[in-house]
Structure formats: C-alpha cells, structure tokens
Ligand binder design. Structure first.
Ligand code: C2O
Ligand code: CU
Length: 489
C-alpha cells in the first residue's frame, strides 16, 4: 500500500491543494486570521458531564458487521466513542485501566490545564493496570478534538484505543446536521489477526501503513442526510501513518475549521490531512436520492471515505453560502514582540536509544527503562539533534526550550528529512504564519504537516506547564522524534 504513496502523487495532490487555497487566500491578509468571523458570545455556565472510560480488550470488528473479529483495545463497548459536550460544560472523565499495560488519556488539541494533559511521566503518573485516574476540565474552546493514550501509541491506538471529543457552541448559524467521520487503517493480516504495529522499515521511513481502511469502524461508511441541506462533517485522521488528500464529489463543500479552529470559509478543492489533524467541512447536500461522496485522492486507487445519500424534503433554497463559525477565543500572539525558537527535525543513524547506554537490550532493566520513557529500542529521529530520550539520562530528558508563560513566540519547524512529519504541540493552538512548500490560508492548528525539506513558521502565546512537541506518525514518536517545552509561570 505504501507503494501507492509516490512523491510524485503527493506533489500533484499538493499542487491541487495549493491552487484551491490560493484562490481562497487571495483576498485575505496574512495576519488577519479570524478577523472576518463573528465575535463569539460569552461562554455560558454549562453542565457537569461525567463519563467513565474503561480501557479494556474487547472482541469486535473494526470494519463493521461481517468484518474480521479481533481483540480491540477500546475505551468502552463502542470502539472509538464520540463524546459530545457544549462549550461551558465541565468534563469529568474517569479512565479505568483493565489492560495489561499502563495507559492514559491525552486530550489532543484541547487547551487543558497542564496537569490534565495526560502524558505519562511528564504530567501524570501512568495509569497502571487495575488503576483508575480522574480527569476534570472545562474545554475553553469549541471544536473537534480527540483523545488517546501517550505511551506505546502505535500498539494502543493501533488496536483502537482512542475517542473523539466534540465541543459544540461555535455555530453562529446552526447547520442542518453534524457527522463525525474518523478515518483509521488497521494492521490486519491474511489470517485475520493483528500484524505488528511497528516495523523497522516503517519506523525509519514514512511509517507502517495499515492493510485495511475504515471510517467510523466500517469498511464502507454510508449514511442518510437531509436533502439540499448544510451538513457539517467533522473529519478526524486517527491513522498512525496515512496522509489523506480530501475532496468531495456530488455536492459543494467549504472548509470551516482546521483542528477545531474556525477559518474564514473557503471552497474545498483538495485538503491534505495528516495523522492527528482534523478538518471541519460544511457541505451542501444534493437533491433527494442523490449522493455526496467524501474521497481520499492520495492512494493509487481513490478511496471513498463516506457516502452520504440525501433524503426527505429540501432544507435550503438559494446558493450555498457557508456561514462562518464564531471567531476563536485563543489569545493572538504579538508578532512584533515575539521571541524566536527553532526546531529542526532530522534522521539519526538508528542507534540504540540513549537509555540503553551500557545495558544489553535484553537486560530486564533495559525493558523497564525503555517502557518508562515511552521509547522504542532504536532512535531513528531527532529534534534539534536530540533523540528522545536524550543523553543517556535514566530520567526525563531536558526540555528542548524554556519559555515564559504569557509571552509570544514564533517557532520555525524545519524538516531535514525526505518524509512528511505532522508536528504537534500540546496545550496550544498556534497561528500558521508561513510554509515554504505549501500555500495555506490564515489558519490555526495544533498539528501541522511539514513537507520534506520544508520550513514552517508558527506563532503562539505560551501557556504554563510542560508540553510535548512531537511528530504524530505514531512510530516516529516511539523512535526519537519527541521532546518537550518547559513554560515557566
Ligand atoms: Cu495526539 Cu502528543 O499527541
Ligand atoms: Cu514524523
């Protein structure tokens, strides 16, 4: 499957994305992200929402009825559950661990207080088998988010341990429908069992691809939608590896949010969505009986992610004019006063992880140390020439940089490898200022694809705490491309 991902195809798809975006961005000022969006209302007092997420192995089919049954790891009876809150609601989530190994819940993209960020060893102790852990926070922003553990992600998320978090309350004009679409591939072998979730070839290159594709744990996801209606699609790329090139056929579509953050709506032509990234579309559905299809153009054969069939009476009249979401409440960085940071993402020799210094890899202590730092045996990747875990310390490596809370930063992300890396910063949504090999509209994100040899600039106001910065190709996390920022109060 990886063979279908030629550089040429990626480049062609990239050009498609660029031309669509140039059109969209033509009338927009670079620093004016969100300027034309309606001002958000006060956040009202919400409810307290209690949920219990029981992480356990459960037999199920990740491809829908009739698909192979496998031992999935899930947070509940339904694989990849969707939690829906309203802005202002307080989430109280108890995670019970009935797995054989430790776990946690990281609330990807949510600007949580640092101690709720769910990173084993950095922000909380691991949730050991048989233990439970309580998270409590009120998401400060609406949007489309997800949650997943933060150690052995390739193995845990690879078996399905993740969920979606939707925080409603950003629609100035309500849509006529709201559908979550989670794209994820699975490593299923010919015998119907799991294939290894990591391979040296994948871990040291663009990642190991799944063998079977799914959306919402179905091989061919389809559903009914109201006819001639404005339906919101919340698309989550939950795959460990695959980059999607999204397009819509059979109806009109506009991009309205990136990683949950509102953008001035622009027509969708092609949108590249790396692992962990989300995009919200507003689509105008066709007349009753007709279909709208969400397509991934990245593979050698087009893959239909979802087929939406219109039914019932038409809901809208007149042309499709997508209404913008309320503007973001995220503090805007002061670019003139910002301090500059630089992070360079590179390959290493594939040397044994630093934690193994002086230890044989079959030494039981080595296993404990590797596990306690959430790392694989070999380091293929580095940030600023440092592989996680750094320097042979049998403890947390030092931070990549020390920042000051409330200050503005401009960080350049430089990809010195021939592979794509979706780079994620915890606890922040940053402004994407520039990208040397993509034309992007003014947008905020928490995960940004950095193309081979590309330089991307992001800006943000630092929030206090210890925040991970890493690639979201799950095997790259386990093999060195991870670090953290210390933000002093
Ligand atoms: Cu979804 Cu540290 O990431
Ligand atoms: Cu990577």
């Amino acid at each position: 499957m990886a063979a279908g991902h030629t550089t040429r195809r990626r480049m062609l798809a990239g050009l498609g994305a660029a031309s669509a975006l140039v059109l969209a961005g033509a009338s927009q000022g670079r620093s004016g992200a969100g300027a034309a969006l309606p001002a958000p209302p006060e956040i009202g007092a919400g409810r307290r929402r209690d949920v219990v997420l029981v992480a356990a192995e459960r037999q199920g089919s990740p491809l829908g009825p009739g698909g192979p049954r496998l031992p999935l790891w899930t947070f509940g009876e339904t694989p990849i559950p969707v939690l829906r809150l309203r802005l202002g609601d307080a989430l109280h989530a108890r995670v019970e661990n009935r797995l054989r190994e430790h776990t946690s819940a990281h609330w990807h993209g949510v600007r949580v207080p640092n101690d709720q960020d769910g990173v084993q060893y950095l922000t909380q102790p691991p949730i050991e088998p048989g233990q439970a852990y309580d998270y409590a926070f009120t998401p400060p922003d609406p949007g489309t988010f997800f949650f997943h553990p933060h150690c052995n992600e390739a193995g845990q998320v690879g078996r399905g341990l993740a969920g979606v978090l939707v925080v409603a309350g950003d629609e100035a004009e309500p849509s006529d429908g709201d559908i979550v679409l989670v794209s994820k591939d699975w490593r299923i072998g010919a015998d119907g069992g799991w294939l290894p979730f990591e391979t040296p070839e994948g871990a040291s290159r663009s990642g190991t691809y799944g063998t079977r594709r799914s959306v919402n744990c179905q091989a061919a996801f389809a559903c009914a939608v109201p006819a001639v209606a404005n339906v919101r699609l919340r698309i989550v790329n939950l795959d460990s590896t695959r980059v999607l090139d999204l397009g819509v056929e059979g109806g009109e579509a506009a991009v309205i949010a990136t990683d949950g953050n509102p953008v001035e709506p622009f027509p969708l032509e092609s949108w590249r969505l790396g692992p962990a990234m989300r995009v919200d579309l507003l689509v105008r559905t066709p007349r009753a009986g007709q279909e709208l299809r969400l397509i991934d153009y990245s593979a050698s054969e087009l893959y239909t992610l979802a087929t939406l069939t219109s039914a019932g009476e038409r809901r809208r009249h007149g042309p499709f004019v997508p209404a913008p979401l309320y503007a973001s409440r995220i503090p805007a960085p002061d670019l003139a006063a910002a301090e500059r940071l630089s992070f360079s993402f590179s390959a290493t020799s594939g040397a044994p992880a630093a934690v193994l210094d002086g230890l044989a890899s079959d030494d039981p202590l080595a296993k404990v140390l590797l596990d306690s730092l959430c790392t694989g045996e070999r380091s293929f990747w580095a940030i600023n020439k440092t592989s996680w875990p750094a320097g042979g310390h049998r403890a947390l490596p030092p931070p990549l940089a020390t920042l000051k809370a409330g200050r503005s930063y401009v960080a350049e992300l430089v990809n010195r490898t021939p592979h794509i890396h979706p780079i994620h910063l915890h606890g922040h949504s940053f402004d994407v200022l520039s990208a040397s090999r993509q034309t992007l509209p003014p947008m905020k994100a928490d995960t940004i694809l950095v193309q081979p040899r590309e330089r991307v600039e992001i800006a943000f106001v630092a929030a206090p705490g210890a925040w991970m910065l890493h690639c979201h190709v799950l095997e790259h996390i386990d093999h060195g491309m991870m670090g953290w920022l210390k933000v002093a109060p």
